[in-house]
Each structure stands twice: as structure tokens, then as C-alpha cells.
Design a protein around this ligand. Structure first.
Ligand SMILES: Nc1nc2c(ncn2[C@@H]2O[C@H](COP(=O)(O)OP(=O)(O)OP(=O)(O)O)[C@@H](O)[C@H]2O)c(=O)[nH]1
Length: 414
């Protein structure tokens, strides 16, 4: 996957680019204007200087007094930092020429650059009293002034660059705070919601209107998803409840009991711990239906389920397999006797008549068959078969002692 730049980085890069291009253009423009202005000022200055020098040496030129000419020219050359200063006769003969000592090293470089960039030479005629041309003053700048200016300009430019970049960096920080941070927060929120399915979380307010509106829309969408998700969860819970529980009693159904048995077998095989299965079938339940009606029979089944739940431990599984058939998974089981004890306790608690309201009170016992792992089988079918057959034998034995139905409440009994 290609690494994409972050928004903060893009913003920072954009600022730097804008600042650099602006500075470069501004510097170039300022340089060109400066060069033009300086050039014209320098040319004007040299021209005035040449003219003034011409007036100063008029008499000396007329009398060819070379020493006097030099005396005038030398201070001018030093003061004005001139590169060349000479006096030429109308026939082209050089009368006096003054040159400063040739610069060396950095000074030579400065002079070279200055003279290349600034064409700073000027000339003015030397006129006698009648206005006749008796010579010409020619002079040129040394070039170092320009370099000095250039260096000052560069220094100022650098200062500007530093200040601009500082301001650009501050602006980027501010933009980061107002744009990048809210977007980052929104992204982190989306990620956390996706991972933890926490649709009740909301985006906080953002300082920028568009981002705030985005957050608000996002929150509205989350609210809708939240409601939808809750409905889905409720549907799923109710589907799961229906798939794994008996609708009448709320106990585990046959499929769920089968699954818990498989888990119990696996766990017991791994840890070498026994477990027990009780198979229970109501005795004479049909008579309750026939006598008091199906609704009363239902109530009795519900009460029976409640009693079963009350007898066993929290972790044991009580299931209604169908009709008046129940089953209990006892896990863990310390010893086989514990299963018998619980079966006896169930038998005892079922002796108490069931109060079916207007229909009256009914007795309805449960015949129980017990199977324990690993004593009675090491597969689920084997265990269920053992428990079923044991229950059948118990029912047969019970039938021999059962009192006949008296057709009144408390009549159907084992
Ligand atoms: N009220 C009610 N009755 C049911 C329900 N499911 C099955 N039955 C009835 O329960 C009865 C179960 O039949 P049996 O097990 O033969 O009845 P029993 O009288 O207990 O017979 P034994 O087990 O031999 O003692 C049938 O009459 C079914 O119609 C139910 O959900 N509610």
C-alpha cells in the first residue's frame, strides 16, 4: 500500500511552497527594481562627478599641469571609490590616468561582480572659458558599493525568509488545530465505533463551520445506525431466544440441550470430570389436560420448570425436550450419588401440589432416569439411551403404585 501524506503534511508543504514562491518572486522583483534604480542613480552620480571634476581641472588641463591635475583627481578617486579616473585630450591622448591598486582575492571578486552587474562609467567634457572642448574626464565606479548593497539586500532577504517561514509554520499550526485535529478526532471516533460497535458515541463540536456541520451529520447518521442496531440486536436476541429456548417455559430446548451435552462431553473428556444426565417425564400429565384444560396443563408445565430450576445449581442446564418431557445436565458432578440425590430432591419437590388457580390444585410427579459419564456410556446417544431406559423403568414401577384419577383437583397424581 502506498504511504499517503497526512493532511497536516500537505498543508505544511503548501504553506512552505506558497511562502517560498512568494519570497522568490518578491525578491526577484525587488532585485530588478533595485538594480534599475541603483544603476540610474549611480550613472547620474558619476556623470555629475565627471562634470564637477571637469570644472575643477579646466585650468590645469589648459596648461598641461599634470601634477595639479593629479592633485585634484586623487582625493576624488579615494573619496568616491572610483575604479578608473582619467583625463583624455581631444585627440585621444591620455593626459592623466589614475587607477587604484588592483584588488586581490575576495575584493577582486566583489569588484568583478560589481562591474559586470553595474555599467557604472561616465564622462564629461573639460571646456575652456570660451566653451571649447579641451579634454574629457572619464571615470568608472569600483563596483564594491554595489556588492555591499547586494549583501545588505541578501541579509534583509534572509531575514524576510526566516520571518515568513516562521509565520507560515505558525499558520500551519493554527490550521492543524482548527482543521486537522477535528478531522483526526472524527477519524478516530469512526475507527473506535467500527471496532467496538459503540454507536452511542458522538463527535464533539468543531471550531470550523463546515467541519462542525460534518460532525453534526455524522452524529445524526450515528443516531439512526444506533436505533437500527438496537432493533437488530433485539431481533437477534429474540431469534436466538426462540432458537435455543422453549417458548412456554423459557428453559433450554432440545437443540440447545443437545449442544450443551456435546460441550459437557468435550470438557469432561479433557478434564476427566464426570457429568450426569437426568431424563424426566411427567406422570399422568395427560389427565391434567383432559381434566382442567390445555391452558391449565401449560401452567403446570411452567411451574414444573420453575421447580426444576430451583432445585439444581446455577450452572446446571434444565431443558424441556417437548410435551411433558424434561432433562437436566448436571455438570460438574463430583460423584454419581449427587445425581441420585438431586433426582430424589426433584421427586420430593414435585410432591407438593401445583396451584393452577381457578382450575384447582393438582399433583403431578416426575419419573426420572439417571445416566452418568463415563460410568453409563462415553457417547451422548449412549448416555441418553441409558437415562431414557432408566426413566421408563421408573415410570413402569411408579404406575404399579399410582392411585387412580379421582376427577377432581389433586386427582392426577403419581
Ligand atoms: N398443556 C399442554 N399439553 C401438552 C403440551 N405438549 C404436549 N402435551 C400433552 O401432554 C401429553 C403427554 O402425553 P403422555 O406423556 O402420554 O401423557 P401422560 O399422561 O403423562 O402419560 P405417561 O407419561 O405415561 O404418564 C399429551 O396429552 C399431549 O397432548 C403442551 O405444550 N401443553
Amino acid at each position: 500500500m502506498t504511504a499517503r501524506p497526512t493532511l497536516a503534511r500537505v498543508l505544511r508543504r503548501g504553506h512552505w511552497q506558497v511562502a517560498s514562491v512568494t519570497l522568490l518572486l518578491f525578491g526577484l522583483l525587488l532585485g530588478l527594481i533595485g538594480h534599475a534604480v541603483l544603476g540610474s542613480m549611480q550613472a547620474r552620480h558619476l556623470e555629475l562627478l565627471a562634470r564637477a571634476t571637469g570644472y575643477s581641472i579646466e585650468a590645469a588641463v589648459m596648461f598641461r599641469d599634470l601634477d595639479a591635475i593629479r592633485e585634484v583627481l586623487q582625493p576624488i578617486q579615494r573619496r568616491e571609490k572610483l575604479g578608473l579616473l582619467r583625463v583624455v585630450l581631444p585627440d585621444g591622448q591620455v593626459l592623466v590616468e589614475l587607477r587604484p591598486p588592483a584588488p586581490t582575492g575576495l575584493a577582486a571578486l566583489q569588484a568583478g561582480i560589481g562591474q559586470t552587474l553595474m555599467h557604472d562609467h561616465a564622462s564629461a567634457p573639460v571646456l575652456d572659458g570660451n566653451g571649447r572642448r579641451i579634454g574629457e574626464v572619464q571615470l568608472s565606479g569600483e563596483g564594491s558599493d554595489f556588492i555591499e548593497l547586494l549583501l545588505w539586500g541578501l541579509g534583509a532577504g534572509l531575514l524576510c525568509v526566516t520571518a515568513t517561514l516562521g509565520v507560515a509554520s505558525l499558520m500551519t499550526r493554527r490550521l492543524e488545530r482548527s482543521i486537522v485535529e477535528p478531522i483526526d478526532r472524527l477519524a478516530a471516533l469512526t475507527r473506535s465505533i467500527r471496532c467496538e460497535r459503540a454507536f452511542d458515541r458522538r463527535a464533539p463540536a468543531a471550531p470550523i463551520a463546515e467541519l462542525h456541520a460534518l460532525g453534526e451529520d455524522f452524529n445524526a447518521m450515528l443516531a439512526e445506525i444506533d436505533v437500527h442496531h438496537r432493533h437488530l440486536q433485539q431481533d437477534r436476541d429474540s431469534l436466538s431466544q426462540r432458537a435455543w429456548h422453549d417458548a412456554l417455559t423459557g428453559l433450554a430446548n432440545r437443540a440447545s440441550f443437545q449442544q450443551r451435552l456435546e460441550q459437557a462431553l468435550l470438557a469432561s473428556q479433557q478434564h476427566g470430570q464426570p457429568f450426569g444426565v437426568l431424563y424426566l417425564d411427567a406422570d399422568g400429565f395427560k389427565a391434567v389436560n383432559d381434566t382442567a384444560g390445555h391452558a391449565a396443563g401449560d401452567r403446570l408445565l411452567v411451574q414444573m420448570a420453575e421447580r426444576l430450576r430451583a432445585v439444581v445449581r446455577e450452572g446446571d442446564v434444565v431443558a424441556r425436550l417437548g410435551g411433558d418431557e424434561f432433562a437436566v445436565l448436571l455438570q460438574p458432578l463430583r460423584q454419581v450419588d449427587d445425581a441420585r440425590r438431586i433426582a430424589r430432591e426433584i421427586g420430593r419437590i414435585m410432591q407438593v401440589p401445583f396451584d393452577l388457580g381457578e382450575s384447582g390444585c393438582f399433583r403431578c410427579g416426575l419419573s426420572a432416569g439417571i445416566a452418568t459419564f463415563p460410568q453409563d456410556g462415553d457417547t451422548i446417544p449412549a448416555l441418553l439411551d441409558t437415562a431414557d431406559r432408566a426413566m421408563y423403568r421408573a415410570k413402569q414401577a411408579g404406575r404399579q403404585h399410582r392411585r387412580p384419577l379421582r376427577g377432581s383437583p389433586e386427582g392426577a397424581a403419581t
